[in-house]
Write a protein that binds this ligand. Structure first.
Ligand code: HEM
Length: 458
């Protein structure tokens, strides 16, 4: 490991930078090998984001210092231009006291008690979804899992009947907006906008999505009752301490932000889980045995979300391997990364992929080993280095929500079927990946489902 740099000039550049565009080629076309290699160059490494240096913190200690605000103050103003056309000023782009206030106001929507209510719908939706899956024949799981993720989010976000059009515009446009937003983040916006067709489509789609979100919020305001969903909480909550509440525009911003954050990540994670489990028969058997013991032949219910530890270990190991690839922040004033002081205005980056694939945190980092999360196996998994939901003030507000949904979905699938990989015996590491904004997912998950009781030999 290189010595800790003391001055900005001592911080090494990652190799492969090109004039003007920096590391845009690696970041846009194949970021995983690139970001995972960064810790080998030092605890802080410069990456070219266009012509500007991005200081990547590559150790978990520095990542925690940044996330928890110990390294200095950070903001997200530079993300406003790339993403504001669709998310407006939502949590993702707010900073400082505005961000803290907004987090406080949306927190009740993700309270444990509310999640228990949403969890009932996860189980129902998973049950209906199982009935749509092809059985006993090879199929590509991606479109089915995407549909499940959309239905699950929409059922907990907007329960009222707001019309199929509004639902479809809100839920179906997020992949293309996310893809364009990440290009606008990596390339200078002026350069990204030279791609005129893509730019125009981005603005039109953003406008359409926001217009639908506005109608839905107006409908909820008119009725004002609690529909037991996320949106009702946003509309009705008044902070008991300050009397503050969210205005209509704030709610539109957060609604669109939840659609952006709440479909792609859970879908990618469930797909990755199916991919990993179908390539690890021992982990698959362990999960199936646990589901048989705990759930038995009765329906999967909301309370199972917290009573399936082996299923959760397999999900945790999936999240370790398939976590997001980058997070970007901007420094406000001076910041300190270990012995290094950086002046105001620099950009700081962190890669959960790099942290989760660093052998100092997780031995044999490329292997899928759910047992590393067993109590007593601390040398195999540093708990503090597991950051699939981020770390600190900007961590995911929906972490419990997502654990609950994924555990219930996993239980519903494996209670009914044995999923088997149908990729001609390719090793699990051979699957490619696609980036979706800051998230990633397997390129293809081709499986067959065999009804339980008719287990194939493998
Ligand atoms: C497996 C599922 C999920 C994963 C792995 C995940 C991961 C993350 C991560 C890593 C961040 C922090 C990004 C950063 O540091 O900037 C984040 C933020 C966020 N996530 Fe999630 N997420 C998931 C599901 C969801 C869902 C279901 C929702 C909404 C219903 C959601 C809404 C958000 C929001 C609004 C933020 C921004 C928080 C802020 O900036 O204060 N996420 N998520």
């Amino acid at each position: 490991m290189a010595a800790f740099p003391k001055r900005p000039a001592d911080v090494p550049w990652a190799p492969g930078r090109l004039p003007g565009i920096g590391h845009a080629r690696q970041l846009i076309t194949d970021p995983l090998p690139f970001v995972r290699s960064l810790p080998t160059y030092g605890p802080v490494v410069k990456v070219g984001l266009g012509p500007r240096p991005l200081y990547m913190a590559t150790t978990i200690e520095l990542v925690r210092d940044v996330g928890l605000g110990r390294a200095g103050e950070f903001h997200r103003d530079n993300l406003i231009e790339p993403v504001a056309p669709f998310t407006g000023r939502s949590l993702v782009t707010l900073s400082g006291s505005d961000h803290r206030r907004r987090r406080r106001l949306i927190a009740p929507a993700f309270h444990r008690n509310r999640i228990a209510v949403y969890a009932e719908s996860y189980a129902e939706i998973a049950e209906q979804w199982l009935g749509t899956l092809p059985v006993g024949t090879p199929f590509e799981a991606t479109p089915y899992v995407d549909k499940l993720a959309i239905d699950t989010l929409m059922a907990s976000l907007i329960r009222a009947d707001v019309g199929a059009d509004a639902r479809s515009v809100l839920s179906s446009k997020s992949p293309e907006l996310l893809a364009e937003a990440s290009i606008r983040t990596i390339l200078p916006v002026a350069v990204a906008e030279l791609r005129r067709g893509a730019h125009r489509r981005f603005l039109d789609t953003s406008d359409r999505m926001r217009a639908e979100a506005k109608n839905v919020v107006a409908e909820y305001r008119r009725h004002g009752d609690d529909r037991g969903d996320l949106l009702s909480t946003l509309v009705n909550h008044v902070d008991p301490g300050t009397g503050e509440f969210l205005g209509d525009e704030d709610i539109v911003d957060e609604l669109v932000g939840f659609v952006m954050g709440g479909i792609e990540s859970p879908a990618g994670m469930l797909l990755a889980f199916l991919h990993e489990l179908t390539h690890s028969p021992s982990a698959r058997s362990e999960v199936i045995d646990e589901i048989d013991d705990v759930v038995g032949s009765g329906p999967v219910e909301a309370h199972h979300a917290t009573s399936l530890p082996a299923t959760r270990r397999a999900l945790m190991e999936t999240m370790r391997l398939w976590t997001s690839w980058i997070t970007l922040l901007d420094a406000r004033g001076e910041i300190r990364l270990g012995d290094l002081t950086l002046g105001g205005g620099v950009q700081i980056g962190m890669s959960p992929q790099a942290i989760h694939h660093d052998p100092r945190n997780f031995p044999r980092p490329a292997a899928f080993e759910p047992h590393r999360w067993l109590p007593g196996h601390e040398s195999e998994a540093r708990d503090t280095a597991a950051i699939p939901f981020g770390v600190g003030v900007r961590n995911c507000p929906a972490d419990l929500y997502s654990w609950s949904a994924l555990t219930i979905q996993a239980a519903a699938i494996l209670q009914n079927f044995v999923p088997v990989a149908q990729d001609d015996g390719a090793p699990r590491t051979a699957v490619g990946y696609t980036t979706k904004g800051v998230g990633i997912r397997p390129n293809s998950v081709r499986i067959s489902l065999f009804p339980r009781g008719a287990r194939p030999a493998r």
